[in-house]
Write a protein that binds this ligand. Structure first.
Ligand SMILES: *Cc1c(COP(=O)(O)O)cnc(C)c1O
Length: 807
């Protein structure tokens, strides 16, 4: 289309939509109305594109991937969609005539925070890549009314406020009144024999209706539009007219709320499983609605289920949607009269599973009684699955009770969702090489011995168009000039940037770009009343607050530096700002104590004018995708310091790397592969590796040994006791030194402390050598080539899902 014609069309549709939705002219429109108007235009464009793509899909009949996940951490959509559609220039020109700036409109959009952290963000990055690469794909999740809570810090303590995203976010959702499915809970089962065989009736069950809300996800420069389908629950009768007309107003309202409760809030814990009824209901609600939808679509397209696994790939992102295994069995058998064996084969051939954690407290286990009461038919199927599987094991390993017990789905009154997921899938993968090895050698070792072919690895990746091209326009421009723009569609081309490792002009420009991004971030923070010196070194740890991620180790080092500087104010240090951004699960007391420590330490340092010129601690309130998009380009040091073996992959590490930050990290998760990508000279690695951690745990860790023998550690711990800004942190002192079992904290912060300080000293040395630093930064940007979500999705497509792009 000719450019002026396109601009005319945009202009007309803005005027038309403003008049239709608000009855106003452009002159009267507020920023918010203009944001929503642009969002509606983009959404309608995507709906049209999707309809065309849908027709193509019907013709070609490619196998399709359905990606099930309880979380999608979407962030904002307008900027991403406008970028992917390539509309930014034209739209800005039209808006300029009316004195609107696109950047201002972007700020009107609330973050869709329908996820906790890395897992949900990964799912969102994958949708972008699936659409861009042209794979037929659909994501399924829940349309939570409230996303992850908003964090507010009051006197250093985290408070949680509801995240009201729908006003402003709902313009992206297209309600599909034509797509509703009933989901049944509770009740009693009745087996009825009919001429068509066995029929299962449900008496007194509690039925809710799942309604689809579609969000269109555009690919970059592609015909494909992926759909993220979010389910909302509504009462099946919508309203109990009977109770209502009998004057039982309260009861009528109650029935309604019980259905709607399912989609009210996202569970706010990350890497932690809670055995709550509402959570089971949420998980089954997602699974049942999605599976019914998938089967319904398949039948409409092919008229039979016999070719189901040839045309359908169902992926479960962690165990949260694992109930899709018995749900598929249920529908195949109860509604389409397949035999158990045929149904079982169809399930295994279509379902695949990604594990996201090795932390015991995060592996889902449901009390048998709860499943039996909430999902009676699913419970029967789970019992049968378990019995048949154990029988098979008994034949393979006669007498090996221990092994069979470890591998069973049901044991000790608990249903283990991870075992169910492995048993019911054709492929199981971890999210980094190290993590996948740990799955094979440890967490799923018995399963690996039994079915080694199921196990594979797909290292995580990030949507590099969002995290580099959109978040860091200056760096993108430099890359375009140096290596052309092919890397936008093919991230492996980023590797060509290595050629410039000794180009002084390019290195100087990298330095300037980083400074500009730091200034940009500091200015943003100034508007929120937070002072940051953009000329200090930015040391960033931004991720969920969790013991295993060891924010505390970072704090211990800062306290050590603080004490050094108090003793010797003339000591030379690189002026640095320690930026923390982290939400703690609302009930996770130990994590909230760490946030409080960071905030009080920050105030304490701020009181001293000499100290605060050298070091400054800043806690950034309410970490979310939108904040990350401005923080990542400003980061110089990326703190990735989890206890080795515990972080499955990490993706924050990749986001900072691609923006030129250097990693200070342990050999954990994807850090190991970052090390491989950039080489030992371009990364700062410290501490025990995963094997050393294992050996250490076996030989016994005693925190008191470090306290007694290391004066630096003793000094820091004693200082915690005394406290900061009038608050003692005795509880953290005890946690580190004594812990639950008297030996210290389970993540052994003190064992890695010395090495952490030593390697940070090397980093400071290097920071003075600007040329060296910038060269290292350049190698990181170029090395991030392999951490694009496009590459991850291609790995899944070819190794796991067996799907191909439409074109
Ligand atoms: C990328 C991202 C994460 C994951 O960070 P990790 O360091 O990998 O734990 C969490 N939250 C947000 C908002 C993110 O963008």
């Amino acid at each position: 289309m000719e450019e002026t014609q396109l601009k005319n069309e945009i202009r007309n549709s803005i005027e038309h939509k403003l008049s239709r939705h608000y009855g106003i002219s452009v002159e009267e429109a507020s920023r918010n109305q203009m944001y929503k108007t642009c969002a509606r235009i983009v959404r309608d464009l995507l709906l049209e594109k999707r309809a065309k793509y849908h027709e193509e899909m019907k013709k070609k009949q490619n196998k399709k991937i359905y990606y099930l996940c309880m979380e999608f951490l979407i962030g904002r959509s307008l900027k991403n969609n406008i970028y992917n559609l390539g509309l930014d220039n034209e739209l800005q020109e039209v808006l300029s005539d009316w004195n609107f700036q696109l950047e201002d409109l972007y700020e009107e959009e609330p973050d869709a925070g329908l996820g906790n952290g890395g897992l949900g963000r990964l799912a969102s990055c994958f949708m972008d890549s699936l659409a861009t690469l042209g794979y037929p794909a659909m994501g399924f999740s829940i349309c939570y009314e409230y996303g992850l809570f908003k964090q507010k810090i009051v006197d250093g303590w985290q408070m949680e406020l509801p995240d009201i995203w729908l006003p402003g976010g709902e313009v992206w959702l297209k309600k599909r009144t034509d797509l509703t499915f009933p989901v049944k809970f509770e009740g009693e089962l009745k087996e009825v024999w009919t001429e068509n065989g066995l029929r299962i009736d449900y008496n007194n069950c509690n039925e809710v209706e799942a309604v689809a809300y579609d969000m269109m996800i555009s690919g970059a420069d592609s015909d494909d539009v992926a759909v993220l389908r979010l389910w909302k629950a509504q009462d099946i009768k919508n309203f109990d007219m009977n109770s209502f007309s009998n004057g039982d107003y309260n009861r009528a309202m109650m029935e309604n709320t019980s259905a709607e409760l399912i989609c009210k809030v996202l569970y706010p814990s990350d890497n932690h499983a809670e055995g709550k009824t509402l959570r089971i209901r949420q998980e089954y609600f997602l699974v049942s609605a999605s599976i019914q939808n998938i089967i319904h679509d398949h039948l409409r397209k092919y008229g039979t289920l016999n070719n189901f696994s040839e045309k359908v790939a169902i992926h479960i992102n962690d165990t949260h949607p694992a109930m899709c295994i018995p749900e598929l069995m249920r529908i195949f058998m109860d509604e389409y009269q397949y035999t158990w064996n045929d149904a079982y084969k169809m399930v295994i051939d279509s379902v695949t599973y990604t594990n996201h954690t090795v932390l015991a407290e995060a592996l889902e286990k449901w009390p048998e009684v709860l499943i039996k009461q909430q999902l009676p038919r699913i419970y029967e199927i789970l019992k049968e699955l378990n019995e048949q599987f154990c029988q098979q094991l008994w034949n393979q390993y006669p007498g090996d009770w221990d092994r069979i017990e470890r591998m069973a789905i049901i044991s000790n009154g608990q249903i283990r969702m991870a075992n169910l997921s492995v048993i019911g899938s054709s492929h199981v993968n971890g999210v980094s090489k190290l993590h996948s090895d740990i799955l094979k050698n440890d967490v799923f070792h018995d399963f690996y011995q039994n079915t080694p072919w199921k196990f594979t690895n797909v290292t995580n990746g990030i949507a590099h168009r969002r995290w580099l091209c959109q978040a860091n326009p200056e760096l993108t421009k430099l890359l375009d000039e140096c290596i052309g723009d092919e890397y936008k569609k093919d991230a492996s081309k980023l590797a060509h940037f290595r050629k410039y490792h000794d180009n002084l002009d390019v290195l100087q420009r990298l330095d300037n770009i980083k400074l500009n991004n730091k200034i940009r971030f500091s200015n943003l923070m100034k508007n929120k009343g937070v002072t940051i010196d953009p000329y200090s070194m930015f040391v960033v740890q931004a991720k969920r607050l969790h013991e295993y991620k060891r924010q505390l180790l970072n704090v211990l080092r800062i306290i050590s530096l603080y004490l050094d500087l108090k003793e010797n104010p003339n000591m030379h240090v690189v002026p640095q700002t320690f930026l923390f951004a982290a939400k703690a699960a609302p009930g996770y007391f130990a994590a909230k104590e760490v946030i409080k420590l960071i905030n009080h330490l920050s105030v304490e340092i701020e009181k001293d004018p000499v100290l605060r010129q050298n070091i400054r601690v800043v806690f950034l309130e309410n970490y979310c995708v939108t904040m990350a998009e401005t923080l990542m380009p400003a980061a110089e040091v990326s703190e990735q310091i989890s206890l080795a073996g515990k972080e499955a992959s990490g993706t924050g590490n990749m986001k900072m790397m691609i923006n030129g930050a250097l990693t200070m990290g342990t050999m954990d998760g994807a850090n190991v592969e970052i090390f491989d990508a950039v080489g030992k000279d371009n990364i700062f690695i410290f501490g025990m590796n995963a094997d050393e951690v294992e050996r250490r745990l076996k030989s016994g860790y005693a925190a008191s040994f470090y306290y007694q023998n290391n004066p630096k550690i003793r000094r820091v711990l004693d200082c915690l006791r005394k406290g900061f800004n009038g608050e003692s942190f005795e509880s953290i002192y005890r946690y580190l030194l004594v812990g639950e079992y008297g030996m210290g904290d389970p993540y052994m912060c003190l064992a890695d402390f010395d090495d952490y300080l030593k390697v940070h000293d090397q980093l400071s040395e290097t920071y003075h050598n600007r040329n060296k630093w910038n060269t290292m930064s350049l190698y990181n940007i170029a090395g991030a080539e392999r951490f694009a979500a496009d590459r991850s999705v291609q790995d899944y497509a070819s190794q796991i899902w067996g799907i191909e792009p439409l074109k």
